[in-house]
Write a protein that binds this ligand. Sequence first.
Ligand code: FES
Length: 143
Amino acid sequence: MTDFEPKIVAFCCNFCAFAAADLAGAMRLQYPPNVRIVRLPCTGKVDALHLLKAFESGADGVFVAGCMEGECHFLEGNLRARKRVAYVKRLIAEVGLEPERVEMFNLSSAMGGRFAEIAEEMTARVKRLGPTVPARRKEAAES
Ligand code: FES
């Protein structure tokens, strides 16, 4: 299972997490390349279906990263996103996936270091859990 490199999709708010990811790059901070970013105008745009679709398309982990609570540019977008993430945790648990595969984070645009930590944390977490697709689980176990 050591060779398993998870695919992680990050739905990032343009105003905070995306800017923080950009800052992490500018600061030359190292973080795992497993994270693919989807840039959003606000995490309030994330629907439960988007998160589920990411899993259906082969993601092993998904996270949503929005502005700090109380600082969403659209007032409550990040609070709505938090509720949707909680809902998706329940849905994926019902189909036998670990709810820890999906997570919500809050950060500011100045937190480049925190973005790198989140990317590392999610990559390590999903590596521990293994692939989502049964065929890939078998493949990873044999390697
Ligand atoms: Fe950043 Fe809403 S504007 S989460």
